[in-house]
Write a protein that binds this ligand. Structure first.
Ligand code: HEM
Length: 148
């Protein structure tokens, strides 16, 4: 089950949204460098989208939209649904979310440097898993429909 985010976490996420806006693309580009060390995960991605810089941009935009709407996620429901559909088409599995967490959080640290304090990284870790929980549930249902 997905535990709701604390008021403190929500505040930290919203406070760091401007930093993500300026560094979002650098963070996601760095994240993919870390993520693609694993060839199984690299294969899941359309390399054309990656090379053109499209995929990091889409992920940066999604993360930013999430940060800005973290206390009113109903506003990004449609966008999340589209991402989940794309994930199911490309065979993203629940266990892949661990690999993305392990790449994203250090990438935030790499790019933001000292601004990525412990409380900031902790808040982002919690927020990531909150969103991941919603997406994993939705993807499970979509896989179920595809099978049935
Ligand atoms: C909270 C976590 C995640 C977010 C916010 C996110 C966001 C996105 C977005 C915005 C897109 C583009 C959708 C579109 O084409 O319109 C996408 C596509 C994709 N994502 Fe994720 N994603 C997440 C987790 C993951 C994980 C865990 C994996 C697996 C390693 C993954 C693999 C992919 C793949 C393979 C695509 C399709 C790429 C392509 O079309 O070239 N994502 N994701």
């Amino acid at each position: 089950m997905n535990t709701p985010l604390s008021a403190q976490t929500i505040e930290t996420i919203k406070a760091t949204a401007p930093a993500l806006q300026s560094h979002g693309l650098a963070i996601t580009t760095r994240m993919y460098e870390r993520l693609f060390v694993d060839p199984e995960i690299k294969r899941l991605f359309d390399q054309a989208a990656q090379i053109s810089g499209e995929q990091p941009k889409r992920l940066a935009a999604a993360i930013l939209a999430f940060a800005q709407n973290v206390d009113r996620l109903e506003r990004i429901e449609g966008a999340v649904e589209k991402i989940c559909e794309r994930h199911v088409t490309t065979q993203v599995r629940p266990e892949h979310y661990d690999a993305v967490a392990a790449a994203l959080l250090p990438a935030i640290k790499d790019v933001l440097g000292e601004a990525a304090t412990e409380p900031v990284l902790k808040a982002w870790g919690e927020a990531y898993w909150y969103l991941a929980g919603i997406m994993i549930e939705r993807e499970k249902r979509l896989y179920g429909q595809a099978a049935g």
